[in-house]
Design a protein around this ligand. Structure first.
Ligand code: PLP
Length: 377
């Protein structure tokens, strides 16, 4: 046998199992997105590609419901988006208030700390939301540069209302940063109406695209804060003023754009907008409610009260005496359904059932409920 043939025996054709991704992300990828990504790669300065970049920026503005000119996808996952928003406006010594009610607020606080900010972390237990008064108290007294909040906490399933917090932040001349990784394309995100200054998302949740890009948007106030910096942005890769030489008018090389990922994102954004934002949000809400009705009918309960519960990320409380990992294993092995376990304070206490984007479908809800019931009886 030729030497290279025996080599391939150790590495057979890649054949990943076909799963239904109902966890906290990545979610099921829409087939049209996968197909778009298989198109031939072209140069990142090719006129055809540059035209596509303009389209993506326009489509992202529609999803974020903003006129912010500085709206584009950062190369990297959601955390790169988080870091990009923070590194461009925070300077050492800036007072930064982070509202943490889950794992991802903790990540924001960590990044702010690494940037040398004076970090004020306010906390409520995982599964609860912040009352605006808590933010008002935290920003009182000393000048605050930025308030960071997670709009859709994937670790808990909480949807945090933003307009009141934006108002409070602006009263003290602070910027509002919102994590929209799990909300974009699943529940309304209205940057301009709500007054959000910096927002970031990820492609692998309600956009039903593989992980790898982080859409971000900077308001005029955020751009002004960037212009008023006294020190250089400490990240070369994420420095927006340099990135804009590529995404802005000049189209000058900065780094090689992930071409095929951008094909996928373009298709994903078109899919959402073809269905229509209102219809997409109504579908997520409907299937979230269907799932809750089903789990409650089984005698299980939800962690988050209905009035601030995300329909795309459902945290189901694990009943006493039930083996968390064994249930998730059975769902995966016997039904090819992936759900998530609890993170941080909620480890071993909840299951996280995602109904994001293309995975927010009636057949997924029904199959999951039937599978869970068969495992639990
Ligand atoms: N923020 C939230 C709310 C998330 O759910 C996630 C990922 O799950 C992130 C940030 C980080 O995104 P990534 O894992 O794509 O870097």
């Amino acid at each position: 046998m030729p030497e290279n043939q025996s080599f391939r025996q150790d590495y057979p054709q890649l054949d990943p199992p076909v799963r239904t991704l109902m966890g906290p992300g990545p979610s099921d990828i829409h087939p049209r997105v996968l197909q778009a990504m298989a198109a031939p790669t072209i140069g990142h300065l090719d006129p055809a590609f540059i035209q596509m970049m303009d389209q993506i920026q326009g489509l992202l503005q529609q999803l974020f419901q903003t006129k912010n000119a500085l709206t584009f996808p950062v190369s990297g996952t959601g955390s790169a988006g988080m870091e990009c928003c923070m590194v461009n406006v925070i300077e050492p010594g800036d007072r930064v208030v982070i509202a943490q009610n889950g794992v991802f607020g903790g990540r924001m606080a960590d990044i702010a700390d690494r940037l040398g900010a004076d970090v004020v972390k306010i906390q409520v237990p995982f599964g609860q939301k912040f009352e605006p008064e808590a933010i008002r108290e935290a920003v009182a007294g000393k000048p605050t540069k930025l308030v960071g909040v997670v709009h859709a906490e994937t670790s808990t399933g909480v949807c945090q209302s933003l307009p009141e917090i934006a108002e409070i932040a602006h009263e003290v001349d602070a910027l509002l940063l919102a994590d929209c990784v799990t909300s974009l394309g699943g529940t309304p995100v209205k940057l301009d109406e709500w007054g959000v200054d910096l927002a970031y998302s990820g492609t692998q949740k309600c956009l039903s695209c593989p992980p790898g890009l982080a859409p971000v948007s900077f308001s005029e106030r955020a751009v002004q804060a960037l212009k008023n910096r006294k020190s250089k942005v400490v990240s070369w890769y994420l420095d927006v003023s340099m990135l804009l030489n590529y995404w802005g008018g000049e189209r000058a090389y900065h780094h090689t754009a992930p071409i095929n990922m951008l094909y996928g994102l373009r298709e994903a954004l078109l899919i959402v907008l073809e269905e229509g934002l209102d219809a997409v949000f109504a579908r997520h809400q409907h299937h979230g409610e269907m799932l809750v009705a089903g789990v409650e009918a089984m005698g299980l309960s939800m962690l988050v009260p209905a009035d601030y519960r995300l329909p795309q990320l459902n945290t189901v409380v694990i009943p006493d005496g039930v083996d968390d990992a064994a249930v998730r294993r059975a769902l995966l092995n016997d039904y090819n359904i992936e759900i998530g376990g609890g993170l941080g304070d909620l480890k071993g206490k909840v299951w996280r059932v995602g109904l994001m984007g293309h995975a927010s479908r009636r057949e997924n809800v029904v199959t999951f409920l039937a599978a869970l019931e068969s495992i639990l009886v």
